[in-house]
Ligand binder design. Structure first.
Ligand code: CTP
Length: 157
């Protein structure tokens, strides 16, 4: 049995944010190596998600994080057991939004759920950006309305 402790985790990691960084930092502190399964674009579609960044971009970003040893694609729900064996993972860990969901993996490794960073998620960022777009549209609409009023008043002269 190898002395090296390996931690494995999974996620989409779209619009990489501080919640992701803090989770990866804490995961890396649980062992010597951190292996991250990044959901493929096809698997995201199965989960009803569509990421802003492609799998290749998300994988490149996560792999560049200093807490991460290696990334690989996550194609389906069933591959976790095989991955744990393949990467000789001692700890399977996720944020606690997944609490209890992967307890069956306790048969082959330690399963850990870490608390999420409060008040940030990819969904929050997407919603905030969509709101900015709507505010911008309101401003453009109001400016156009002003221009129309000016043109109307000129044509009445
Ligand atoms: N995570 C976290 N703290 C956050 C957001 C995410 O610890 N504030 C963790 C999740 O628990 C998960 C990993 O980061 O283990 C990847 O989560 P992901 O679903 O990619 O990020 P979210 O920001 O939760 O994305 P979404 O809003 O699309 O669910």
């Amino acid at each position: 049995m190898s002395e090296i402790k390996t931690v494995i985790t999974y996620g989409t990691f779209d619009l990489f944010h501080v919640g992701h960084v803090r989770l990866l930092k804490r995961l890396s502190e649980l062992g010597d190596k951190l292996i991250v399964g990044i959901s493929s674009d096809e698997f995201n579609a199965v989960k009803g998600k569509k990421s802003f960044f492609s799998y290749e971009e998300r994988a490149e970003i996560v792999e560049s994080c200093k807490y991460v040893t290696q990334v690989f694609p996550e194609h389906n729900w069933q591959q976790k057991q095989d991955d744990i064996v393949k990467y000789q993972a001692n700890i399977f860990a996720m944020g606690d939004d997944w609490e209890g969901k992967f307890d069956e993996l306790n048969d082959i490794c330690e399963v850990v759920y870490l608390s999420r960073t409060q008040d940030i998620s990819t969904t929050d960022i997407k919603n905030a950006l969509a709101k900015v777009d709507n505010d911008e549209l309101d401003r453009i609409e109001s400016s156009l309305h002003d221009v129309i009023e000016i043109v109307k008043s000129l044509s009445l002269r």
